[in-house]
Each structure stands twice: as C-alpha cells, then as structure tokens.
Design a protein around this ligand. Structure first.
Ligand SMILES: Nc1ncnc2c1ncn2[C@@H]1O[C@H](COP(=O)(O)OP(=O)(O)OP(=O)(O)O)[C@@H](O)[C@H]1O
Ligand SMILES: [Mg+2]
Length: 250
C-alpha cells in the first residue's frame, strides 16, 4: 500500500459569529483536496449547515448527524461526495443544535477526537467548520485539532474574540494545538483594515471580495469559480501556510 501523509485535523473556529469561518473552512477543504491531493473531509459542526450548503448539499432529512456522537450511526453512513473526487462533506442537520448538551451528557471528553481518529484510514485532512460557541463542543474541537484557524475581520470585537479563543485553547489543553490567526474580509480601502494589516504583517489574509461572496451563490469554492482572482490566490497562500505549520509538528 502507498504511504499516506500523516493525518491532520484543522479547526476553523472563533467565539464570534459571521467572521468567515464557514467560507474559510469550505475553501480550505477544496485547497486540501485539489491542490495537495489529500483525501479530505469537511465536517460541518454548525447546525446552520453552511459548509454543506456551499457544496450544494441539502441537509439530511431527520436528525442523524448527532447520532454519530452517541455511536448509534457510523460517520461513513452520512458522508456525502462532492464534485471533487478527494473531497467529501459530513453535513450538519437539526440534531447538531443539541450537540453540546449531548456531548456533556455522554461525558467522554475526547469523543470528537476519537471519531476523527476512526476516519484517519480514509482521510488525510479533516477540516472542522465550527459554530461560534464556547462550550463542551468547542472544548472537544480544541482537543481534536492539530491546528486552529481563527478568522479575524479587523475590528476591536474580533480582537477581543481572538483573546477569548487563545485563553480557551490554552485553558483546555496542556499541550495545545497552534493557533493561526487570519485577517479575514480585509478591505484595504478602509483605514482600520489597513492599520490591522500593518500591525500584523505576518498573518495570512483573506480579502473581502465578490468572488468569495459568489461561493454561496454558485455553491462552489473560489478556486473553482474564479481561479485567477486575488481571493483564490490568498486561499492558496493560507493553505500553504497551514501545510507548512503541520509539517513542523513533532
Ligand atoms: N472574504 C469575504 N469576502 C466577502 N464576503 C465574505 C467573505 N468571507 C465571508 N463572506 C460572507 O460573509 C458572510 C458570513 O460568512 P461565513 O458564513 O463564512 O461566516 P461564519 O463565521 O461561518 O458565520 P457563523 O458564525 O454564522 O457560522 C457570508 O455571507 C459570506 O458569504
Ligand atoms: Mg459558519
């Protein structure tokens, strides 16, 4: 059998809503599958179901996604294919709304991590699209992740959210995963945004762009709908930075 790359779990997470988590998770999953050729799973942990939507997938009828966590249903049963051979999606459904309470009741602190480990036979990269919460679900995400991407549109509230995430991550794991902040929805016409860029020159950037908005309209990633765009190039740069960080793992 051919050697497979060391598997890795990448969480796209913030306590703040509407910062671009789903957009970044969906586009990074495409980069992982298409650019790096990794068998990749995009796992939607937000009941809103945005990641599935961005790939044109309807939510499951019924309440099935939560049953994976109670081990009444195996994840493979719910995994859906996309138009790209190496990219699959595990969509959310209504049951995910109760996932935090469900995980608390189950009481296994590494249930999500174990489920992801069981998928490592098939997937070299698992990308988690997380809801904007700070609870047992996010604690499990932190324990499962090899790298945490935190999207930050330039604003004082995002900066505060970033501090909260850093504190949560460091509190939840002794050897916590690295955190990679990303300046998201960056609009260089705006003073505050230019300042944020100048203050954090090393942070990867995702520009505010109509090509990115189009992802939700066309239900395909930027790399597929506007491969020459600046946004597509920036997602590639972000993906390379992620792979570089993962390669440095001990
Ligand atoms: N770089 C960008 N340029 C333009 N629009 C963007 C960009 N990133 C995200 N958006 C748009 O902003 C909105 C919020 O993005 P997204 O759903 O990815 O955020 P989120 O953090 O996942 O939100 P939630 O916390 O509700 O899950 C969406 O309409 C999306 O299309
Ligand atoms: Mg989202």
């Amino acid at each position: 059998m051919a050697a497979v790359a060391q598997s890795a779990t990448i969480a796209v997470y913030s306590v703040k809503g509407g910062v671009g988590k789903t957009t970044i998770a969906a586009n990074l999953a495409w980069c992982s599958a298409e650019l790096s050729g990794h068998p990749t799973l995009l796992w939607d942990l937000d009941a809103a179901g945005g990641s599935g939507f961005l790939y044109g997938l309807e939510p499951h009828k019924g309440r099935q996604a939560g049953e994976i966590f109670s081990q009444d249903r195996s994840p493979e049963k719910l995994i859906r294919k996309t138009a790209w051979d190496t990219l699959d999606v595990l969509p959310a459904d209504e049951s995910i709304r109760a996932l935090d309470a469900q995980l608390t009741a189950i009481g296994k602190r590494r249930r999500l991590a174990k489920l992801i480990e069981s998928l490592a036979t098939w997937y070299e990269r698992v990308i988690l699209d997380c809801p904007p919460v700070m609870n047992e679900l996010s604690a499990q995400v932190i324990r499962a992740a090899d790298l945490i991407i935190v999207p930050l549109p330039p604003s004082p509230l995002s900066a505060r959210a970033f501090e909260l995430v850093v504190r949560e991550v460091t509190d939840n794991a002794k050897r916590h995963p690295p955190i990679l902040p990303v300046l998201s929805m960056l609009d260089m016409r705006r003073t505050l945004h230019r300042q944020a860029r100048e203050e954090n020159p090393a942070w990867p950037v995702i520009p505010y762009a109509s090509a990115v908005e189009q992802c939700a309209v066309q239900q395909r990633p930027v790399g597929a709908i506007a491969p020459q765009s600046l946004a597509a190039q920036r997602f590639i740069m972000l993906w390379r930075a992620i792979e570089h960080k993962l390669a440095q793992r001990g």
